[in-house]
Ligand binder design. Sequence first.
Ligand code: SAM
Length: 195
Amino acid sequence: MSRSWEFVPFVLGSLRRPISTGAFVPSSRGCARALLDGIDMVDTDTVVELGAGTGAITRALDAALPASARLLAVEINDGFAERLRRTAPPRVEVVCDSAVELPRILDEHRVERVDAVVSALPWTVMRSEDRRAVLTAVAKVLQPEGVFATLLSVHRARTDSGREFESLLADTFTEVRRGRTIWTNLPPVTAYHCT
Ligand SMILES: C[S@@+](CC[C@H](N)C(=O)[O-])C[C@H]1O[C@@H](n2cnc3c(N)ncnc32)[C@H](O)[C@@H]1O
């Protein structure tokens, strides 16, 4: 499905829930590439996406993953989740829930270890304890060589919550690599890869 098909539903959804959506348009292809570039897809069995929205990154993940890999897409907005269930490639397991519930979600889907977690969650508008709960759960489920790839809006990086998020990444993971900034995305975002 082309990006234009998901554009209008995303914009309408974000107007209804602007704060929890965190963006007015879906992520660009450049964004998806910047996130996925740091992940070795060849030996990947299970990937979890947090904040899948209408599937801009989900579809890029599906295209890049081996056919045998599992892909769980977690999305809190029931409108987005329902749409993604109808439009996503068949292997995508769409879960309408909060990323904060990651341990329970993985338990219910019988997922023990995860090779990569990919996120476009709006970190800086989340409650501090929720940010911490999600990152702790991510670090716990990742394989030792697993990767956590995420985005942070450039204009939010200098706020208190942006700085808190960056230091939380540093406290939670052994290595945090700040990757490319995609200036053409709305809003511009920087990709991070953590192991
Ligand atoms: C910036 S949008 C990104 C959407 C999509 N991944 C993309 O790149 O176009 C963030 C998404 O995270 C979802 N979200 C926000 N808080 C969430 C939470 N606690 N758990 C799961 N999804 C959440 C929003 O509903 C929204 O769809």
